[in-house]
Design a binder for this molecule. Structure first.
Ligand code: SF4
Ligand code: SF4
Length: 375
């Protein structure tokens, strides 16, 4: 591209904190890591299972010549966190970044068309088969930490990454050298409450609260208490990292305007579909859907152990979805007391699903252990 400075200026004016251009060569150096992850079962359901697609830009956009990697910092202002409310991870406290990033990236494509004429392109924000963190690292503008997050000097790990695959050659644009490094201090590994970080830049998604809280299905029993009051995501391994010290709140108003910290957990359980869409369709976690968030809210009520939540959990004990019944039974076991015990005893007589019946039995055992006089 003749006027790369103009592109850089345009992206800066849109508020991007990261801009790098890399070539379309296959990411062959990552093949071994991906194969290992596949073998160990460490792929998450959010990843494309086809390893060749994950490392081969030309399979995604034939004729590709450049990849423009863009990033937006999102570190929010500090908030008062009410321990009686549900919290969401920092990435999810503003507007849906998928929408924000895509809008800005579309403007970048329109700008490029005014400079370069017509070309083919594909925009990805969290939706690319390619490994975005690796592409970002390839720009030379940041690094990947042991917690597997991508960092830049100014945003720390609090950065959204997206990329535009292009059939025009923009030329390489990268910094002269990496602007920081992971200190290998292992603080993140020690701080992870679930042991999901195994060292060697390896994350087991099936143990990671950030993944588990957004995935459909049953939250493993051993992880439920560890969710504490976190409805969506987990920031612990980023909060403790020395490389995130001193990061300033982002300048982007989109990530300040919708604030989803301190969500009323009980309100979440009573939400209609219409109200769910009205309140959360524009949130970064809205895509998880009402059922996943209600499942998490039930777990959070179990963690709070307050008897006034029993009446809210009760309808979920006979929900048509057995997975909701499993979490409801667990939460009642956590709360305990005679009312929970009666509800569980009544339900186990009607329950036809073996997995739910076992969960109910475990919950009843838990109540008996805590209050032997109920036996
Ligand atoms: S996000 Fe939370 S659960 Fe996942 S690796 Fe980091 S600290 Fe562990
Ligand atoms: S906490 Fe230490 S080991 Fe973990 S990512 Fe940060 S610098 Fe690296």
């Amino acid at each position: 591209m003749k006027h790369k400075e103009k592109l850089v200026e345009f992206c800066k004016n849109l508020g991007f904190d990261l801009l790098g251009i890399v070539g379309p060569e296959p990411l062959e150096e990552r093949l071994e890591v991906l194969v290992d992850r596949h073998k160990t079962g460490y792929n998450s359901n959010f990843e494309n299972k086809d390893i060749s697609l994950r490392i081969s830009p030309h399979l995604i956009l034939p004729g590709i010549k450049s990849i423009l990697v863009l990033g937006l910092g999102y570190y929010p202002e500090a908030h008062f966190m009410d321990p009686s409310k549900a919290q969401v991870a920092r990435y999810a406290r503003g507007k849906d970044y998928h929408v924000v990033m895509r809008e800005k990236m579309t403007q970048v494509v329109e700008f490029l068309k005014t400079q370069e004429g017509d070309f083919q392109y594909k925009i990805f924000v969290d939706s690319s088969p390619l490994i975005e963190r690796f592409l970002a690292e390839k720009t030379g503008l940041g690094w990947i930490g042991q917690n597997t997050c991508f960092y830049t000097k100014t945003t720390g790990s609090w950065i959204f990454i997206g990329e535009i695959l292009l059939t025009i050659d923009l030329g390489i644009h990268k910094a002269d050298g990496i602007s920081g490094v992971c200190h290998n201090c292992r603080i993140c590994i020690k701080a992870c409450p679930t042991g999901a970080l195994e060292g060697g830049y390896t994350l087991n998604p099936h143990k990671c609260l950030a993944y588990v809280s957004q995935a459909r299905g049953i939250i493993p029993k051993e992880l439920r208490e560890l969710m504490r009051h976190n409805l969506v995501g987990c920031d612990i391994c980023q909060e403790v990292c020395p490389n995130n010290r001193g990061v300033l709140p982002c300048r982007n108003g989109d990530f300040k305007s919708m604030d989803f910290h301190n969500i009323d957990i009980k309100d979440m359980l009573g939400l209609s579909n219409t109200n769910f869409k009205r309140l959360y369709a524009g949130a970064a976690f809205g895509w998880c859907g009402k059922k996943v968030l209600q499942r998490n809210a039930i777990v959070l009520l179990g963690n709070q152990k307050k008897p006034d939540a029993i009446s809210l959990i009760k309808p979920f004990l006979s929900n048509h979805d057995y997975k909701m019944r499993i979490h409801a039974a667990w939460a009642l076991g956590q709360i305990g007391g005679s009312e929970s015990k009666l509800l569980l005893e009544k339900r186990i007589v009607e329950e036809t699903n073996l997995q739910v019946a076992n969960e109910i039995k475990d919950a009843m055992d838990k109540i008996r252990q805590k209050t032997p006089h109920y036996s």
